[in-house]
Design a protein around this ligand. Structure first.
Ligand code: NAG
Ligand code: NAG
Ligand code: NAG
Length: 521
């Protein structure tokens, strides 16, 4: 009787549904992305967000070194040109010797890169195009916050709320701007090879590095950016160190299931794994290799920035000899046509779909440099890792893998037949497999997918004109006050005064009693 009505009813429901969606989405926003750093692995974190925004109907302008080859409609690139992109550019010979002050050297390297990126971006044609827009044209500006805060000068000109992005775990100088506490007792600095569990030596080193790097950033990198920004926009501009306190929300490429829970105000949003796409079909030969590997597969890939063929001959031979002793099939991302003494179970490839290989159930171990993209993919797919960290955040990522029980470390200088063999045997143990699956479960089960979270926050920041209620006033407190050191100081002075006056009183009366006694004698 009612059946003829059902289609009509459904139609009305569908219409109402689509209406609702449009109301929810509101007017399209004008969004600007500023990404001056030429490292492609960083851009893998930014791109899905910018693309996702365009696909959600917003108008997106992106200043970067990496134009989208198949841009979505409403995604407009403003390419930066003329700087070397940092792909396959790191020579492994650089890491043959590590020194204890290595991370301070890295700071200066980052500082130089930041200055160069700032200088060339401020002078770029792409940015001149963007600066033709009137102030207030953009509803929100999304920018990388890494080794320079130079782009805050641009945001200041354009008068729009800012969302900061970090493609690695937070740098020591990222906490204060968001009103977050710096807690070196259990939050490892990015440059340290530490996890959330540190022994006393580790904590002391971490305390020193965290504070030293934070101060170095303030005293060296901020003035360098100020000089370039003020040269460009005029000397009455506030310091970028002040402007950056205006950051409304900070998106960070980490997730507690891997890097450990940290005390953060609600303006810091964890989006770890956002770059991980839906699976794509593998090339047929690769699919066959993976499906047929009865003893499993080991994947070796040292990322996009490190050329595997710059490995020294002895290390390369060590790996090759170890692989020849294994039952597993081994896939190695190797940039040369040939590999000397290549054993039959070793397959070399110049490029490989890392994420899709890792999630194949036959993949047993991932040998990696501990880069965050690969580490996140291992966490996502639940694959144990043998990590060989070389620079930057790779040490802290590796320490997190080890702390979570899903990774083991193989130092670069120790690479040889026996060490590789031992590390792989260890990672093939069931204990590592179980730990990896546990991490994978938490990594993948969130109240909302990372991309949805990012879109929600971008829209929220735009609609509220910078989410002013989300900004802790702690941002403007000096750290002396933030950590209540003023109160400790008063307490110390008061206690000190009381103790001193007691000592004085006791000395005086006992002293006089004693002198009185001597006199009577
Ligand atoms: C910025 O770039 C210009 C031109 O390439 C160069 O002359 C200038 O020295 C650079 N400034 C800094 C601080 O590197
Ligand atoms: C902070 O951002 C607002 C716009 O969101 C802007 O009007 C203000 O000038 C900014 N302050 C600084 C110090 O950049
Ligand atoms: C890599 O290839 C180049 C030339 O294509 C060759 O000169 C070099 O020796 C190769 N290196 C290794 C380690 O095979």
């Amino acid at each position: 009787m009612w059946s003829p009505l059902v289609p009509v009813f459904l139609l009305i429901l569908t219409l109402a549904g689509s209406d609702l969606l449009e109301v929810e989405a509101g007017a399209p926003l004008k969004i600007l992305g500023l990404f001056p750093h030429p490292g492609v692995s960083h851009f893998h974190f930014f791109h899905p967000i910018m693309r996702g925004l365009a696909e959600a109907g917003h108008e997106v302008s992106v200043v970067s070194h990496f134009p989208d080859k198949h841009p979505a409609i409403r995604y407009k690139d403003y390419p930066l040109t003329g700087t070397d992109k940092l792909t396959n550019s790191v020579d492994l010979k650089f890491f043959e010797k590590r020194t204890f002050y290595g991370h301070f050297m890295e700071f200066f390297l980052l500082h130089e890169w930041g200055k160069q990126a700032c200088n060339s971006t401020l002078r770029s044609e792409a940015l001149q195009q963007i600066l033709k827009r009137r102030p207030g044209y953009f509803d929100v500006i999304i920018m990388e916050q890494f080794n320079t805060d130079c782009m805050m000068g641009v945001a200041h000109q354009l008068q729009a709320p800012v969302i900061g992005l970090s493609s690695c775990v937070m740098m020591p100088w990222h906490y204060e701007r968001m009103g977050a506490p710096l807690i070196p007792s259990h939050v490892p600095a990015l440059f340290m090879a530490q996890s959330q569990d540190m022994d006393f030596g580790g904590r002391l080193a971490n305390w020193f590095s965290t504070h030293a790097l934070n101060w170095m950033y303030k005293l060296i990198s901020v003035p360098a950016a100020d000089a370039l920004v003020q040269y460009k926009f005029g000397h009455d501009l506030p310091s970028v160190g002040e402007m950056v306190k205006n950051t409304s929300v900070f998106f960070v490429n980490q997730h507690y299931s891997l890097s450990g829970p940290k005390p953060m105000p609600p303006n810091v949003i964890e989006l770890g794994g956002i770059h991980i796409q839906k699976s794509k079909p593998l090339p047929a030969d690769l699919q066959r290799l993976l499906d047929n590997a009865e003893e499993g597969v080991i994947l070796i890939s040292w990322g996009s920035m490190i050329r595997a063929n710059s490995l020294s001959a002895s290390k390369r031979d060590g790996i090759v000899r170890a692989v020849a002793r294994l039952k597993q099939q081994v896939i190695w991302k190797w940039e040369n046509e040939t590999l000397p003494n290549q054993p039959p179970n070793m397959h070399i490839m110049k490029w490989l779909p890392q994420r899709d290989i890792l999630c194949h159930p036959n993949v047993k171990v991932f040998m990696s440099h501990g880069g965050l993209m690969g580490t996140s993919e291992a966490a996502y797919c639940g694959v144990p890792v043998v990590a060989t960290p070389m620079y930057g955040d790779q040490f802290v990522n590796t320490a997190a893998l080890v702390q979570r029980g899903m990774g083991t470390i193989l130092n670069f200088e120790d690479i040889g037949e026996n060490t590789v063999m031992r590390a792989l045997k260890k990672a093939l143990d069931k204990k590592y497999y179980d730990a990896a699956k546990l991490v994978s479960h938490s990594y993948n089960h969130r109240p909302q997918q990372a991309l949805q979270t990012a879109l929600w926050w971008v829209e929220h920041v735009a609609h509220t004109g910078g989410a002013p209620l989300l900004k802790p006033s702690a941002v403007h407190l000096s750290r002396f006050v933030y950590y209540s050191l003023d109160c400790y100081a008063i307490l110390a002075v008061t206690l000190g005064t009381i103790i001193a006056s007691w000592v004085w009183l006791i000395r005086r009366c006992c002293g006089s009693a004693a002198t009185g006694k001597t006199k009577r004698d």
